[in-house]
Design a protein around this ligand. Structure first.
Ligand code: FMN
Length: 184
């Protein structure tokens, strides 16, 4: 059974699509998924009414206490997981990762996994210049204009060893299917 550590940050953009994808992939490939959520992701998932939906499917959502708790670094560095992915990644966590900051559960997990050369997949929705239409909690649409600084941070991460930046939700599916169809 493929074992995945899936981090979720406090990003509303694409969160509904991603939650549906997680459930779909888990059922289709019988994946064993441990979910790690940032403190702000708890709030965002509750606003979008996804907290209970994910709990019903995955039972245990492990919530950030601080950068080292719950302890994810050890299992990541010692090969407990076949895949480590953070999706979606906020502009905030993206900026921290781009600048080597590791003061939250998921930015620390990325930093320490990279140091151990563990492959990491990140999906930051603010990854190219221009407009995007996001869905607000409750279903209304809002147009956002992606800031240059956020795109620059993503591009900085693209150049980092061990990290693959995924550009869209479909790329998350492809990354997981690649390993699910050929388990190690
Ligand atoms: C309902 C809601 C939706 C949000 N959506 C986004 C988003 O799409 N992208 C983003 O970068 N930040 C978004 N934020 C702001 C982040 O949650 C905030 O920057 C937070 O500090 C991120 O912390 P984290 O990166 O540790 O999860 C949202 C906040 C709320 C309350």
């Amino acid at each position: 059974m493929v074992k995945i550590a899936w981090g979720i940050t406090g990003c509303g953009d694409k969160i509904e699509e991603i939650a549906d994808l997680m459930i779909d992939l888990k059922r289709q490939y019988n994946l064993n998924v441990d979910i790690f959520v940032s403190k702000n992701a708890v709030l965002v998932l509750k606003w979008y009414k996804l907290w209970d939906k994910l709990k019903d499917e995955f039972y245990d959502l492990r919530t950030e206490v601080n950068a080292n708790a719950p302890f994810i670094v050890g299992p990541l560095q010692t090969g407990h997981y076949d895949l480590f992915l953070v999706a979606p990644v906020t502009a905030n966590s993206t900026a921290k990762i781009a600048n080597g900051i590791a003061d939250t559960l998921l930015t620390n997990a990325v930093a320490q996994a990279a140091k151990a050369r563990v492959p990491i997949y990140l999906y930051p929705p603010d990854n190219k210049p221009g407009e995007l239409v996001t869905i607000l909690p409750g279903g209304k649409k809002l147009t956002l204009y992606i800031r240059d600084v956020d795109v620059e941070n993503v591009n900085k991460i693209r150049r980092m060893d061990s990290i693959t930046v995924l550009d869209n939700v479909q790329d998350i599916r492809k990354a997981i299917e690649k390993i699910a169809k050929n388990p190690p």
